[in-house]
Design a protein. Structure first.
Length: 231
């Protein structure tokens, strides 16, 4: 046998790095399911470890307590929930109204996915106990899209097609106005047909744009009559 081959061969029963990473990912995914199904208080490390064929000792070797495991499981879910930059950029098709519609649908479709629904439900039930998961979801999951949208609104304002004084605030307002409504229906288990969803998004986009369009400056009316001016 070649000596180099013998040295490089992993010991019998020792998992490769890829196998160990896959097992760790499985642990976090199953842990998220346990926390979602049973709640943080009722979920146990013993049950989670048993579900993936691990011992409690193996889990505790990586995570000091149940809270640490919960945070890691949610962090993995948030990272999987985030949208790749190229997908965000692909929403820009040159037409502003269609681009805003694309952005809204991208966010709504993400929440509607199995992973998105799990994450949102965990946030709804456990963010009072772990407020950092709400902040992390916003910063990792939503902020890249908001920054892209803010840049788009700033570009359109510079070109004179919009009049947006605070692009970041306007981007957040857009998400609240156009995306949050349909998402609440989805999280409540109230199905929206494709037509209903599209009508809501289209109306919200047009309503947002109407408020963001430049307006001609109209100076206040000046009058010498105090009574008339106070009306």
């Amino acid at each position: 046998m070649n000596e180099i081959s013998a040295i490089r061969r992993p010991r019998a029963g020792r998992p490769t790095r890829e196998q160990a990473q896959a097992r760790h990912a499985e642990l976090l995914d199953r842990a998220l399911d346990h926390f979602l199904d049973k709640g943080f208080e009722q979920a146990t490390i013993e049950a989670i470890a048993g579900d993936v064929g691990m011992t409690k000792r193996t889990v505790y070797a990586r995570y000091a307590d149940k809270g640490a495991l919960f945070r890691a499981a949610v962090h993995r879910a948030i990272e999987r929930y985030s949208i790749a930059p190229e997908r965000i950029r692909a929403t820009d098709v040159g037409d502003l109204e269609q681009t805003l519609t694309n952005i809204a649908m991208l966010r709504i479709d993400l929440v509607s996915s199995p992973e998105g629904l799990k994450l949102q439900r965990i946030i709804q039930t456990e963010s009072y106990r772990f407020p950092e998961i709400f902040t992390e979801t916003y910063e990792i999951g939503a902020m890249p899209t908001i920054k892209f949208l803010a840049g788009l609104l700033a570009r359109e304002t510079t070109a004179g097609r919009l009049a947006v004084a605070d692009p970041i605030m306007a981007a957040n307002a857009f998400m609240s106005m156009v995306v949050s409504g349909p998402v609440r229906f989805i999280l409540s288990g109230i199905p929206l047909s494709a037509g209903q969803l599209r009508r809501r998004v289209d109306y919200g986009v047009r309503f947002f744009l109407d408020g963001a369009l430049p307006r001609p400056y109209c100076p206040p009316e000046i009058t010498d009559n105090p009574e008339r001016g106070s009306k």
